[in-house]
Design a protein around this ligand. Structure first.
Ligand code: SF4
Length: 183
């Protein structure tokens, strides 16, 4: 009998923390053959980056999802947002940050010949889902990879991700990621 999973399209899912990644990854795995991509040079300090990564490695194994890692280049990320340190969340600094992470995801999907890319970022009530949608569509054209444009916070997505984190005993941080979001 033919393996059903071989019929699913492949999707590279950018994740920034396991709390959201586990819920979205598990949900999308019913539709797609999902691989996770952890690329978050925005996270500060490095110890926090390592903590999120360790949790992601643990749960990727638990859910049997392949995991790709991007480079952790926080200094270069700081350069990219220079001048926007005091912007409010959802402001220009965040738009640069979304674009940078989505760009690497689209590039990685293209390199690995994965047909779709997406991100868990839209699950957060603190993120601008409309802006993420625009950036994803733009990069889709640029890298010739389809963007799965979903606002994962719909249908109580955020609440459900919190509940799943609780069930699996996952670490959930109390700030977005960069030093400016810790204030
Ligand atoms: S608040 Fe979050 S999305 Fe905005 S720049 Fe910082 S890490 Fe990136």
């Amino acid at each position: 009998m033919e393996n059903q999973s071989s019929k699913k399209a492949e999707l590279l899912l950018h994740i920034c923390c396991i709390g959201c990644g586990a819920y979205v990854g598990k949900m999308l795995d019913e539709e797609f053959s999902v691989s996770l991509f952890f690329y978050n040079p925005n996270i500060y300090p490095e110890i926090e980056y390592k903590k999120r990564l360790e949790e992601i490695e643990r749960i990727a194994k638990h859910l049997s999802l392949p995991l790709y890692l991007g480079a952790y280049e926080h200094r270069s990320w700081l350069e990219s947002v220079r001048g926007h340190e005091t912007d409010k969340e959802k402001g220009e600094r965040c738009l640069i940050c979304y674009r940078e992470r989505l760009r690497e995801t689209a590039k990685m999907a293209q390199e690995k010949k994965i047909g779709f890319f997406s991100t868990t970022l839209t699950i957060s009530p603190h993120k601008d889902a409309r802006a993420i949608s625009g950036i994803g569509s733009d990069l889709s054209l640029k890298y010739n990879v389809k963007f799965l444009d979903r606002d994962f916070k719909k249908q109580d997505g955020f609440k459900k991700s919190v509940a799943l984190s609780h069930d699996l005993g996952l670490y959930r941080q109390n700030y977005c990621g960069c030093e400016f979001s810790r204030r």
